[in-house]
Design a protein around this ligand. Structure first.
Ligand code: MG
Length: 208
């Protein structure tokens, strides 16, 4: 590796646990849907999940909370987002790792989550990062190689001097590698691709 200047982190599943996302997508939206359509919550959860799956995570709409509030005719999402704020939680090693890395490296966020969902999730840790990039909000695309190239250009750092870490094999590992970034795949559940990290403390070990 060239001399590393910047560490880039994915947000959800990497720094932030799924609790907030779960609360929004699988609790709050179904509850609103149930209220609006007069169906049981369990039924609403099924229907909503089926609609999500018809779209799938390769399409932008999957990530777009405004799209889903429109689609289910639930009004505006702001209040629901605020109500779920208390669910935001970070993985146990996150604070320690960010504190110790920020002395040596510039830290950034490279996420596919739209800003209106990303910002509430970063509230407790945003002071660690010099930049936050949302591929969906900035470029209207998923985390493609082009998005990573855009990130490198924006911060004026050569991809070879950036490390990116994230839990999605395609969007974090393959696509950032393709842009020339030093990519690490995080596999917290340990179904491990060989060479994946089990947590962010292991990343620290690789860097030192
Ligand atoms: Mg992720």
């Amino acid at each position: 590796m060239s001399r590393i200047e910047v560490i880039s982190f994915d947000a959800e599943g990497t720094l932030v646990t799924p609790d907030f996302s779960q609360a929004i997508w699988h609790e709050t939206i179904p509850a609103l849907y149930a209220g609006k359509n007069g169906v049981e919550l369990a039924e609403a959860k099924k229907i909503v999940a089926q609609e999500y799956n018809k779209v799938g995570d390769q399409r932008l709409e999957w990530y777009d909370i405004k799209y889903w509030f429109r689609y289910f005719q639930l009004g505006s999402p702001e209040l629901a987002i605020q109500r779920c704020q208390a669910k935001v939680c970070y993985y146990p090693e996150v604070m320690e790792v960010l504190s110790s890395l920020r002395g040596q490296y510039k830290l950034i966020i490279a996420s596919g989550t739209p800003s209106e969902l990303l910002e509430p999730q970063l509230q407790g840790i945003k002071g660690y990062f010099i930049h936050t990039f949302s591929s969906t909000s900035l470029l209207n695309q998923l985390k493609t190689p082009k998005f990573y190239a855009y990130v490198c250009e924006s911060i004026r750092v050569n991809p070879a001097q950036i490390v990116h870490v994230g839990d999605n094999w395609q969007f974090d590992f393959l696509n950032s590698s393709q842009a020339g970034i030093n990519a690490f795949h995080l596999d917290r559940v340990g179904n491990s691709q060989q060479g994946s990290l089990a947590n962010l403390t292991e990343l620290k070990r690789y860097l030192s």
